[in-house]
Design a protein around this ligand. Sequence first.
Ligand SMILES: [Zn+2]
Length: 285
Amino acid sequence: MSTRSLGLKYTAQGLGDRIHLVSLCYEISKTQSEIVTLHLAMNHLGGKKRDSFLEILNLFPNSLVKLRFHESEFQTTSEWKHYLTQEGIFALSFEYRDHPGWLEKPSDIDASSFLYARHLLQPSCEHRLRLPTEFVTVQWDSTGKDRQLPDHEISKIEKKYLASGLEVIRLGGQSTDDLLRDCLTCSASAIYKSRYFAGVDSGFLHLALQIKNPSQIHFYTARNRYWSHHTFRAIEMGSVVNYYSRKLNTIDFIYTKLRYDSPRLMRKVHKLRQLAGIERHETHD
Ligand SMILES: [Zn+2]
């Protein structure tokens, strides 16, 4: 279940969710020197997600991570875990103890401890991708509307990169290059070769975190946009916040900490909202 939206199932909805899950398994595998299997139910495999997981897995070396698809759908976390146990699978559930959601339930292991010091990838693709010599890779489209930047701000930021002598290469859906739209490995290799990666809390941010040193990642946000645990962690890892945009001050950080990173306070707020009949259900995690 989602740890931030009441009654919402966690379905690995965005590309970022899926990259993050495989990354996490890879980091556990490297740290523990064991092969890690990621078990996915039909809850996580709708639409093109199955192919997407396989494509992501290709970015990681040496079969350290395995995927196992289960053809059933489950209503709750405990139902899912019960099924795996019955299948004879010693499955561990995980939580993010560094920045727990207000609905976070105790799990077997803390995933966050594996996410700070990454074993970086060096991706390359057999496609003949044409790239400039000096460039920044960017992604501004995110599945969450309240994570996006206004267009005028994006164009202001991109102009500053251009003025500094870097070409701007957009990744994913906003790219003008078919390879960067359709081939994840090409995007990964572009991120690897670029001077910086710049973007919002999006799919490719998760890829960048697995490829670049945090100091080469420029992360853009504001206090009134949605902050996920990934946002807080990316900043703590050393990503540069708002390199070419208004810097966040202490008040902004206190605000976001209270608003998005205070599970006890959030539980009280949601309880009051429910009592007043004004609880708003979010549509993504
Ligand atoms: Zn490619």
